[in-house]
Design a protein around this ligand. Structure first.
Ligand SMILES: [Fe+2]
Length: 170
C-alpha cells in the first residue's frame, strides 16, 4: 500500500511465508516480552470448508523471518468469523462467537447485491461462544500446553485488548 495515497501497490506473500491465495488477519499482535529481549509479530489466517475450519497462526521475528507456522483445526466448526486475536506466553487465543452463515440469504440477496456479506452472518444466542487456546510453539519454558476450547456465555467481539497467564500460587 502506498503510504501517502493508500493506493494498492500489489500483493505480498511475505517472501513466501504465507500460503498462496490465503488470507491474513486484519489485526496482528506485537509481543514485546520475549525471554531473549526480542519482539515477535504474530498474526493468523482462517480457512473454512465442508471438511472443517482451521486457524493458522504465524509468528515472525524482528528481522521478518517466519519463526513458526501452526495450524489449529477447530472441532465441530464449519465457519470461522474471527477478526482479532490475543497472545499469551503459551497460547494463541481467539474468541469464536456463535456466528453462523446464512447460505439462503447469500444466494438470494448477496449475489444480487441486495445485502452485504456481513448481513449473511447470523448470531445464534442459543449457542455458547468459545475461547480457543491454541498452543504456541517454541516457548522458552519448553512447554507446549494442551489445546483448549472453553465454552462461555454467548458473546461476540471484533477487537480485544490483552491477555496474560496467571501462574498458580505456592
Ligand atoms: Fe478491526
Amino acid at each position: 500500500m502506498d503510504p501517502l495515497t493508500l493506493a494498492t501497490v500489489g500483493e505480498s506473500s511475505m517472501g513466501g511465508a504465507l500460503k498462496e491465495g490465503g488470507t491474513f488477519a486484519a489485526h496482528y499482535r506485537v509481543v514485546s516480552s520475549e525471554a531473549d529481549g526480542g519482539r515477535r509479530w504474530v498474526s493468523f489466517s482462517s480457512s473454512t470448508g465442508f471438511g472443517g475450519a482451521a486457524l493458522t497462526f504465524y509468528e515472525f521475528g524482528e528481522d521478518g523471518r517466519k519463526l513458526h507456522e501452526t495450524t489449529h483445526a477447530l472441532e465441530n466448526t464449519s465457519m470461522v468469523f474471527v477478526h482479532d486475536m490475543l497472545v499469551s506466553e503459551h497460547y494463541y487465543i481467539v474468541l469464536l462467537g456463535p456466528i453462523d452463515f446464512d447460505p439462503k440469504k447469500f444466494a438470494t440477496q448477496y449475489v444480487l447485491s441486495k445485502c452485504s456479506i456481513a448481513e449473511c452472518l447470523v448470531y445464534d444466542r442459543n449457542k455458547p461462544a468459545r475461547v480457543v487456546l491454541a498452543p504456541r510453539p517454541g516457548r522458552p519454558s519448553g512447554k507446549v500446553l494442551a489445546p483448549r476450547s472453553l465454552p462461555t456465555d454467548p458473546c461476540f467481539a471484533f477487537h480485544h485488548v490483552n491477555a496474560f497467564e496467571v501462574r498458580p500460587g505456592p
